[in-house]
Design a protein around this ligand. Structure first.
Ligand code: ADP
Ligand code: ASP
Ligand code: MG
Length: 451
């Protein structure tokens, strides 16, 4: 059971969380299989820690320290409100974690340098303290619980800020530490998002990574279900921040959910589905404010065919790179050379379209864009265009109903489309367009398929 930032934001949210976990325990026939609870940092805390790291990098030691003081106050207030007998210990735990962080941030501010590794150490504190608070609250509310340091279970590689799990090692540790707790009826409480390398250095899975943590633990323990508790009713037919009043999608296939998450449906971290697929574990998205609702159920099959699209997702702030070369004409090996450049600079390509003499790709990570362009220029002309966006219309039904593609293109009539692609899986159609046109395009597509 994973609870996101808004589901642990304040004492009221933590009260709701406790009621949800209590209900889960009551409805589990086997009293000896307690759920594992994974929590994010309190809402807004990771963003605040990102700002602290930024201040440290700028040498703004005082401002960083004052930002940390308000974080301490907020956590102490929440810990105080949700605990009784464990209060002194919970508050001490919070203070100790932040004392260490204050020391670290001061050192970073003196050096004016925050490496990816230090950044992970700073950001991890949010989940360390939130999970400690929730574990203490459980025990004070009659739910037997144990705090487990996620860094002692989730082993990752050393790609700091975007670390990948070592599933074998993590499974072994989860079975050794989490399984006995569950079997004893004790709820293990861990912070999401964080792990450690095999050398014990704190790492993080990337922003929004708590969902991924939950799926990793769920798969490692062969859980019956992975529940993602959040602030919306489930996967919606479109991003509610862009399309007003989207509808709930009650059922999704793993493949559909992956596509939607990858192309911007923030409710699920894009990697969440991978561990679930490997073990065929259903993933459920649920609203912690409306726990009685059924949410979205994600399984290998998804919904029965309906002749409809399933949902549309979108990704903003995308860059298109157009690569043109007359040498490509009838030549072999050109695409290999081209993609090698992206590989060398560890930059993922999302959408690709090709013609006889040109290839266009989209990237959303532009940190190494200049180097990529320089290298492409050795053998081709390359130009990039920023402020673009991707719309991804997803549905298993796209395979069986060729009319859906036509309806989607027609809905976007007169909105300039930069690239259009439909992959062999024919589970999605991707449109690349100017970011400025995105809200309008999303609205039109949504209107066409979901009203
Ligand atoms: P949590 O903190 O619980 O992990 P997130 O903010 O990461 O929550 O994800 C939930 C948010 O994702 C929603 O509040 C919503 O604004 C956004 N979102 C974007 N696209 C979708 C979608 N297709 N369905 C549901 N939510 C979406
Ligand atoms: N707290 C982390 C973030 O804000 C991880 C998460 O919430 O999933 O990115
Ligand atoms: Mg999230």
């Amino acid at each position: 059971m994973k609870f996101g930032g808004t589901s642990v934001a304040d004492p009221e949210a933590i009260d709701r969380l406790i009621a949800i976990v209590r209900q889960q325990i009551a409805s589990t026939p086997d009293a000896r299989s307690a759920p594992v609870v994974v929590v994010s940092a309190l809402a807004g805390v990771t963003d605040a820690l990102v700002a602290v790291a930024q201040l440290a990098e700028e040498g703004e030691a005082d401002r960083a320290a004052s930002a940390l003081r308000s974080l301490v106050d907020r956590h102490v207030a929440v810990a105080t409100a949700v605990t009784t007998e464990s209060r002194t210990r919970a508050v001490d735990d919070v203070r100790r974690e932040f004392d260490e962080l204050v020391g670290l941030v001061h050192a970073l501010a003196v050096l004016r340098e925050v490496s990816p590794r230090s950044r992970d150490a700073v950001l991890a504190s949010g989940e360390v303290v939130s999970s400690r608070i929730v574990a203490a609250a459980f025990n004070d509310h009659g739910i037997r619980a144990a705090w487990v340091d996620a860094r002692s279970v989730l082993v990752t590689d050393a790609e700091h800020t975007v670390a990948a799990p070592d599933m074998d090692e993590t499974r072994a540790r989860a079975i050794a530490t989490l399984a006995p707790l569950g079997a004893d009826g004790t709820v293990a409480v861990l912070g999401g998002f964080i792990g450690a390398t095999s050398a014990g250095i704190t790492s993080t899975l990337g922003r929004g990574g708590s969902d991924y943590s939950a799926a990793i633990f769920g798969a490692a323990l062969d859980a019956d279900e992975i529940q993602i508790w959040t602030d919306v009713d489930g996967m919606l037919t479109a991003d509610p921040r862009i399309v007003p009043q989207p509808r709930l999608v009650p059922r999704l296939s793993f493949a559909e959910a992956s596509e939607l998450a990858y192309f911007g449906a923030k409710v699920l971290h894009p990697s969440t589905i991978l561990p679930a697929v490997a073990k065929n574990i259903p993933v459920r998205i649920l609203n912690s404010r409306r726990p009685q609702n059924a949410g979205t159920m994600i399984t290998s099959n998804g919904a029965p065919a309906s002749g409809q699209l399933t949902a549309i997702a979108c990704k903003r702030d995308v860059t298109v790179i157009d690569i043109t070369s007359t040498r490509m004409l009838m030549a072999h090996g050109f695409l290999r050379r081209l993609f090698e450049v992206f590989e060398r600079f560890k930059t993922a390509v999302d959408v690709v379209t090709t013609s006889e003499v040109s290839v266009s790709v989209t990237v959303d990570d532009t940190r190494r864009l200049d180097a990529i362009l320089d290298n492409l220029h050795h053998f081709a002309e390359a130009a990039c265009e920023r402020e673009m966006a991707i719309i991804c219309a997803v549905g298993e039904n796209l395979r069986s109903d060729p009319m859906l593609f036509g309806r989607a293109v027609t809905a976007l009539n007169r909105i300039p489309l930069r690239l259009v692609s439909q992959a062999a899986s024919r589970r999605n159609i991707t449109f690349v367009l100017r970011d400025a046109d995105l809200p309008h395009a999303m609205m039109r597509l949504h209107e066409t398929f979901f009203r």
